[in-house]
Design a binder for this molecule. Sequence first.
Ligand SMILES: [Cu+2]
Length: 135
Amino acid sequence: MRLFIVLLAVGLVACPGSRRGEGMNLITPPSRELPSQRIKTVATQQIQVQLTEYEIRLPDTLPAGHQTLHIANAGKLNHNFAIEGNGVSQKLASDLTRGDSTELGIDLKPGTYVVYCPVDKHRGRGMERTITVHQ
Ligand SMILES: [Cu+2]
């Protein structure tokens, strides 16, 4: 932002100096491209998680930051979703029944996390994954 203001100020100052204003047309376009390229990095993502017997489907790697997990029970039994690691320990307040879905907001820091289903013995039957959060 500061760079943008400086370039804009230079463009305004340079304009009266050049008699026909042609110099300003050369300077202005680059100063507009810089800020718009930076805005692209700000994005809200929703990560899809599917729970079935006996598997948790979600990406192996997730980006750091505040993420929203959309968690759906795509199986027949009741399932839940827990995530632990890097000081995080969260799970859904209530189990998801068949066909049910919910959202879980979570702040992720870079590192390794374990996600699993805490219902009955589902974790030992395959509902456990290790995921990596990258910068
Ligand atoms: Cu389960």
